[in-house]
Design a binder for this molecule. Sequence first.
Ligand code: NCD
Length: 319
Amino acid sequence: MTAVLTEPAAVRVAGTRHLLSSEDLDRPTVERLLELAASFEAVAEREVKKLPTLRGRTVLSVFFEASTRTSSSFELAAKRLSADTISLKSSGSSVEKGETLKDTLLTLDAYGPDVVVIRHAQVGAAALATRYTRAAVVNAGDGAHQHPTQSLLDLYTMRASLGRVEGVHVAIVGDVLHSRVARSNIALLLACGAHVTLVGPPSLIPRGIEATGVSVSYDISDIATADVVYVLRMQRERMLAGEAYVPSLREYTLRYGVTSARLRPGQVVMHPGPMNRGVEITDEVADSAASLVTHQVRAGLVVRMAVLYDLLAGPEGAA
Ligand code: NCD
Protein backbone atom coordinates (compact mmCIF):
# COMPACT_ATOMS: atom_id res chain seq x y z
CA MET A 1 0.00 0.00 0.00
CA THR A 2 1.67 3.19 -1.15
CA ALA A 3 -1.25 5.55 -0.78
CA VAL A 4 0.30 7.70 1.91
CA LEU A 5 3.31 8.40 -0.24
CA THR A 6 1.47 9.48 -3.36
CA GLU A 7 0.99 13.15 -4.21
CA PRO A 8 -2.22 14.52 -2.78
CA ALA A 9 -5.05 15.33 -5.11
CA ALA A 10 -5.07 19.01 -6.01
CA VAL A 11 -5.11 20.97 -2.78
CA ARG A 12 -8.68 22.02 -2.15
CA VAL A 13 -9.21 24.86 0.22
CA ALA A 14 -11.68 25.72 2.87
CA GLY A 15 -14.88 24.07 2.38
CA THR A 16 -12.07 21.80 1.73
CA ARG A 17 -9.44 19.24 2.48
CA HIS A 18 -6.52 21.42 3.55
CA LEU A 19 -5.98 24.93 4.85
CA LEU A 20 -2.45 25.80 3.80
CA SER A 21 -2.45 29.47 2.83
CA SER A 22 -4.63 32.55 3.13
CA GLU A 23 -3.94 33.10 -0.55
CA ASP A 24 -6.21 30.13 -1.28
CA LEU A 25 -9.19 31.71 0.49
CA ASP A 26 -11.69 33.75 -1.46
CA ARG A 27 -14.01 36.28 0.10
CA PRO A 28 -17.16 34.09 0.23
CA THR A 29 -15.15 31.36 1.98
CA VAL A 30 -13.77 33.85 4.50
CA GLU A 31 -17.24 35.21 5.15
CA ARG A 32 -18.65 31.72 5.61
CA LEU A 33 -15.89 30.80 8.10
CA LEU A 34 -16.33 34.04 10.06
CA GLU A 35 -20.12 33.54 10.26
CA LEU A 36 -19.57 30.01 11.45
CA ALA A 37 -17.09 31.24 14.07
CA ALA A 38 -19.62 33.83 15.27
CA SER A 39 -22.19 31.05 15.71
CA PHE A 40 -19.80 29.34 18.14
CA GLU A 41 -19.65 32.43 20.39
CA ALA A 42 -22.91 31.39 22.04
CA VAL A 43 -21.42 28.00 22.92
CA ALA A 44 -18.46 29.71 24.61
CA GLU A 45 -20.92 31.57 26.85
CA ARG A 46 -22.75 28.45 28.01
CA GLU A 47 -22.05 26.58 31.21
CA VAL A 48 -21.50 23.39 29.22
CA LYS A 49 -19.24 24.57 26.42
CA LYS A 50 -19.21 21.42 24.31
CA LEU A 51 -20.91 20.37 21.09
CA PRO A 52 -21.08 16.74 19.97
CA THR A 53 -20.33 17.58 16.30
CA LEU A 54 -16.91 15.95 15.93
CA ARG A 55 -17.40 13.03 18.29
CA GLY A 56 -15.28 10.10 17.16
CA ARG A 57 -13.01 12.28 14.99
CA THR A 58 -9.34 12.80 15.81
CA VAL A 59 -7.40 16.05 15.64
CA LEU A 60 -3.67 15.71 15.82
CA SER A 61 -1.46 18.73 16.33
CA VAL A 62 2.25 18.65 15.80
CA PHE A 63 4.22 21.74 16.77
CA PHE A 64 7.87 21.74 15.75
CA GLU A 65 8.12 25.41 16.79
CA ALA A 66 7.14 27.20 20.00
CA SER A 67 3.50 28.15 20.46
CA THR A 68 1.18 29.29 23.23
CA ARG A 69 -1.97 30.71 21.63
CA THR A 70 -2.18 28.66 18.45
CA SER A 71 -1.57 25.25 20.02
CA SER A 72 -3.81 25.82 23.04
CA SER A 73 -6.68 27.21 20.97
CA PHE A 74 -6.59 24.39 18.40
CA GLU A 75 -6.63 21.84 21.19
CA LEU A 76 -9.48 23.53 23.03
CA ALA A 77 -11.38 24.09 19.76
CA ALA A 78 -11.17 20.37 18.96
CA LYS A 79 -12.26 19.45 22.48
CA ARG A 80 -15.20 21.87 22.41
CA LEU A 81 -16.39 20.00 19.31
CA SER A 82 -15.91 16.64 21.12
CA ALA A 83 -13.04 15.42 18.92
CA ASP A 84 -10.24 13.31 20.37
CA THR A 85 -6.97 15.20 20.42
CA ILE A 86 -3.30 14.30 20.38
CA SER A 87 -0.94 17.22 20.77
CA LEU A 88 2.74 16.77 20.15
CA LYS A 89 5.53 19.29 20.64
CA SER A 90 8.99 18.74 19.28
CA SER A 91 10.52 19.12 22.73
CA GLY A 92 9.94 15.91 24.63
CA SER A 93 9.13 13.97 21.44
CA SER A 94 11.37 11.82 19.24
CA VAL A 95 11.96 14.91 17.07
CA GLU A 96 14.61 15.65 19.70
CA LYS A 97 16.22 12.32 18.80
CA GLY A 98 16.38 13.38 15.16
CA GLU A 99 13.15 11.88 13.85
CA THR A 100 12.24 13.71 10.67
CA LEU A 101 9.02 15.50 9.78
CA LYS A 102 8.23 12.70 7.35
CA ASP A 103 8.75 9.88 9.85
CA THR A 104 6.91 11.74 12.60
CA LEU A 105 3.91 12.24 10.33
CA LEU A 106 3.94 8.70 8.94
CA THR A 107 4.02 7.40 12.51
CA LEU A 108 1.15 9.56 13.72
CA ASP A 109 -0.87 8.91 10.56
CA ALA A 110 -1.05 5.29 11.66
CA TYR A 111 -3.63 6.43 14.26
CA GLY A 112 -5.90 7.59 11.43
CA PRO A 113 -6.30 11.27 12.35
CA ASP A 114 -8.95 13.31 10.53
CA VAL A 115 -7.09 16.62 10.84
CA VAL A 116 -3.38 17.31 11.25
CA VAL A 117 -2.50 20.78 12.52
CA ILE A 118 1.18 21.48 11.89
CA ARG A 119 3.69 24.22 12.73
CA HIS A 120 7.24 24.02 11.47
CA ALA A 121 10.13 26.42 10.87
CA GLN A 122 10.45 25.34 7.22
CA VAL A 123 8.50 27.14 4.49
CA GLY A 124 6.29 24.56 2.75
CA ALA A 125 6.24 22.10 5.66
CA ALA A 126 2.43 22.00 5.83
CA ALA A 127 2.16 21.41 2.08
CA LEU A 128 4.72 18.62 2.43
CA ALA A 129 2.73 17.11 5.28
CA THR A 130 -0.18 16.46 2.90
CA ARG A 131 1.99 13.74 1.34
CA TYR A 132 2.42 11.82 4.56
CA THR A 133 -1.09 11.79 5.95
CA ARG A 134 -4.55 11.16 4.58
CA ALA A 135 -5.91 13.73 7.02
CA ALA A 136 -6.90 17.29 6.24
CA VAL A 137 -3.85 19.44 6.97
CA VAL A 138 -4.07 22.86 8.63
CA ASN A 139 -1.01 25.08 8.43
CA ALA A 140 -0.41 26.61 11.88
CA GLY A 141 2.69 28.43 10.63
CA ASP A 142 5.44 27.40 8.19
CA GLY A 143 8.53 29.53 8.63
CA ALA A 144 8.05 33.06 7.36
CA HIS A 145 5.46 31.89 4.83
CA GLN A 146 1.85 31.52 6.03
CA HIS A 147 -0.35 31.28 9.11
CA PRO A 148 -3.89 31.29 7.69
CA THR A 149 -5.90 30.77 10.90
CA GLN A 150 -4.13 33.77 12.46
CA SER A 151 -5.36 36.00 9.63
CA LEU A 152 -8.88 34.58 9.91
CA LEU A 153 -8.99 35.36 13.63
CA ASP A 154 -7.58 38.82 12.97
CA LEU A 155 -10.29 39.59 10.41
CA TYR A 156 -12.86 38.21 12.83
CA THR A 157 -11.55 40.56 15.53
CA MET A 158 -11.54 43.59 13.20
CA ARG A 159 -15.06 42.84 12.04
CA ALA A 160 -16.29 42.46 15.61
CA SER A 161 -14.63 45.70 16.70
CA LEU A 162 -15.18 47.94 13.66
CA GLY A 163 -18.28 46.31 12.18
CA ARG A 164 -16.63 45.64 8.81
CA VAL A 165 -13.37 44.85 7.03
CA GLU A 166 -14.24 46.35 3.63
CA GLY A 167 -12.69 49.82 3.32
CA VAL A 168 -10.86 49.59 6.65
CA HIS A 169 -7.28 50.92 6.62
CA VAL A 170 -4.81 48.62 8.38
CA ALA A 171 -1.21 49.68 9.05
CA ILE A 172 0.98 46.61 9.60
CA VAL A 173 4.05 47.78 11.52
CA GLY A 174 7.47 46.22 11.95
CA ASP A 175 9.21 43.07 10.82
CA VAL A 176 7.16 42.22 7.73
CA LEU A 177 10.11 40.46 6.10
CA HIS A 178 10.15 37.53 8.52
CA SER A 179 6.46 37.47 9.36
CA ARG A 180 4.08 34.73 8.20
CA VAL A 181 1.35 36.64 10.06
CA ALA A 182 1.91 39.68 7.84
CA ARG A 183 1.87 37.59 4.65
CA SER A 184 -1.35 35.84 5.64
CA ASN A 185 -3.01 39.05 6.76
CA ILE A 186 -2.06 40.96 3.61
CA ALA A 187 -3.66 38.29 1.40
CA LEU A 188 -6.85 38.05 3.42
CA LEU A 189 -7.27 41.80 4.03
CA LEU A 190 -6.85 42.60 0.33
CA ALA A 191 -9.25 39.79 -0.65
CA CYS A 192 -11.84 41.32 1.68
CA GLY A 193 -11.49 44.90 0.48
CA ALA A 194 -9.31 46.47 3.20
CA HIS A 195 -6.47 48.92 2.50
CA VAL A 196 -3.07 47.89 3.82
CA THR A 197 -0.01 50.05 4.53
CA LEU A 198 3.21 48.36 5.61
CA VAL A 199 5.30 50.53 7.92
CA GLY A 200 8.84 49.74 9.00
CA PRO A 201 12.51 50.16 8.14
CA PRO A 202 13.40 49.40 4.49
CA SER A 203 15.46 46.39 5.66
CA LEU A 204 12.34 44.72 7.09
CA ILE A 205 9.89 45.41 4.26
CA PRO A 206 10.19 42.96 1.32
CA ARG A 207 11.29 44.74 -1.83
CA GLY A 208 8.62 45.05 -4.52
CA ILE A 209 5.77 44.10 -2.19
CA GLU A 210 3.74 47.07 -3.49
CA ALA A 211 2.94 44.86 -6.49
CA THR A 212 0.52 42.91 -4.27
CA GLY A 213 -1.59 46.03 -3.81
CA VAL A 214 -0.30 47.31 -0.46
CA SER A 215 1.25 50.73 0.24
CA VAL A 216 4.63 51.02 1.92
CA SER A 217 5.93 53.70 4.28
CA TYR A 218 9.20 53.98 6.14
CA ASP A 219 7.80 56.70 8.39
CA ILE A 220 6.04 55.68 11.62
CA SER A 221 3.96 58.88 11.67
CA ASP A 222 2.00 57.39 8.74
CA ILE A 223 0.20 55.03 11.14
CA ALA A 224 -1.89 58.06 12.13
CA THR A 225 -4.20 57.60 9.13
CA ALA A 226 -4.98 53.93 9.87
CA ASP A 227 -8.07 52.56 11.58
CA VAL A 228 -6.13 49.53 12.82
CA VAL A 229 -2.47 49.54 13.87
CA TYR A 230 -1.32 45.93 13.61
CA VAL A 231 2.02 45.52 15.41
CA LEU A 232 4.34 42.65 14.49
CA ARG A 233 6.85 40.96 16.74
CA MET A 234 10.51 41.40 15.86
CA GLN A 235 11.24 37.85 14.67
CA ARG A 236 14.71 37.61 16.15
CA GLU A 237 14.84 33.83 15.69
CA ARG A 238 14.40 34.20 11.91
CA MET A 239 17.09 36.85 11.49
CA LEU A 240 20.31 35.36 10.22
CA ALA A 241 23.10 35.57 12.76
CA GLY A 242 25.47 38.35 11.84
CA GLU A 243 23.03 40.05 9.47
CA ALA A 244 21.99 43.42 10.87
CA TYR A 245 18.42 44.30 9.89
CA VAL A 246 18.30 47.18 12.37
CA PRO A 247 21.21 49.08 13.96
CA SER A 248 19.98 47.93 17.40
CA LEU A 249 16.69 47.04 19.06
CA ARG A 250 16.89 50.32 20.97
CA GLU A 251 17.18 52.24 17.71
CA TYR A 252 14.28 50.25 16.25
CA THR A 253 12.11 51.07 19.28
CA LEU A 254 12.93 54.77 19.02
CA ARG A 255 12.05 54.94 15.33
CA TYR A 256 9.25 52.37 14.95
CA GLY A 257 7.99 51.41 18.41
CA VAL A 258 4.23 51.86 18.76
CA THR A 259 3.71 54.32 21.62
CA SER A 260 0.64 56.24 22.84
CA ALA A 261 2.14 59.43 21.43
CA ARG A 262 2.16 57.89 17.94
CA LEU A 263 -1.49 56.83 18.08
CA ARG A 264 -4.58 58.94 17.70
CA PRO A 265 -7.88 58.50 19.56
CA GLY A 266 -10.24 56.03 17.94
CA GLN A 267 -7.55 53.74 16.57
CA VAL A 268 -7.41 50.11 17.65
CA VAL A 269 -4.17 48.21 18.15
CA MET A 270 -3.59 44.52 17.43
CA HIS A 271 -0.66 42.15 17.93
CA PRO A 272 -0.60 38.39 17.25
CA GLY A 273 1.52 37.67 20.34
CA PRO A 274 3.93 36.95 21.79
CA MET A 275 4.62 40.66 22.41
CA ASN A 276 8.08 42.03 23.03
CA ARG A 277 6.89 44.72 25.41
CA GLY A 278 9.22 47.69 25.32
CA VAL A 279 10.50 46.75 21.83
CA GLU A 280 7.75 46.96 19.17
CA ILE A 281 4.99 48.08 21.58
CA THR A 282 4.96 49.90 24.91
CA ASP A 283 3.28 48.49 28.02
CA GLU A 284 0.99 51.47 27.99
CA VAL A 285 -0.34 50.68 24.50
CA ALA A 286 -0.47 46.93 25.09
CA ASP A 287 -2.59 47.40 28.21
CA SER A 288 -4.75 50.26 26.89
CA ALA A 289 -8.44 50.13 26.01
CA ALA A 290 -7.40 50.46 22.35
CA SER A 291 -5.65 47.08 22.45
CA LEU A 292 -7.60 44.15 20.99
CA VAL A 293 -4.98 41.55 21.94
CA THR A 294 -7.19 39.52 24.28
CA HIS A 295 -10.06 39.78 21.79
CA GLN A 296 -7.73 38.19 19.25
CA VAL A 297 -7.02 35.30 21.61
CA ARG A 298 -10.74 34.72 22.21
CA ALA A 299 -11.40 34.92 18.47
CA GLY A 300 -8.72 32.27 17.96
CA LEU A 301 -10.86 29.70 19.73
CA VAL A 302 -14.09 30.21 17.78
CA VAL A 303 -12.29 30.67 14.46
CA ARG A 304 -10.38 27.41 14.93
CA MET A 305 -13.61 25.68 15.91
CA ALA A 306 -15.04 26.97 12.62
CA VAL A 307 -12.06 25.72 10.61
CA LEU A 308 -12.18 22.23 12.15
CA TYR A 309 -15.94 22.07 11.74
CA ASP A 310 -15.73 23.23 8.13
CA LEU A 311 -13.07 20.68 7.23
CA LEU A 312 -14.83 17.73 8.84
CA ALA A 313 -18.52 18.48 9.05
CA GLY A 314 -19.06 21.33 6.58
CA PRO A 315 -20.79 20.94 3.21
CA GLU A 316 -17.71 19.41 1.51
CA GLY A 317 -15.90 18.15 4.60
CA ALA A 318 -18.33 15.36 5.34
CA ALA A 319 -17.26 13.50 2.16
C1 NCD B 1 2.78 34.27 15.61
C2 NCD B 1 3.50 33.12 14.95
O1 NCD B 1 3.94 32.17 15.60
O2 NCD B 1 3.59 33.19 13.75
N1 NCD B 1 2.23 33.97 16.83
C3 NCD B 1 1.01 33.39 16.88
O3 NCD B 1 0.73 32.42 16.22
N2 NCD B 1 0.09 33.98 17.66
C4 NCD B 1 3.53 35.52 15.58
C5 NCD B 1 4.90 35.56 16.13
O4 NCD B 1 5.50 34.58 16.52
O5 NCD B 1 5.43 36.68 16.14
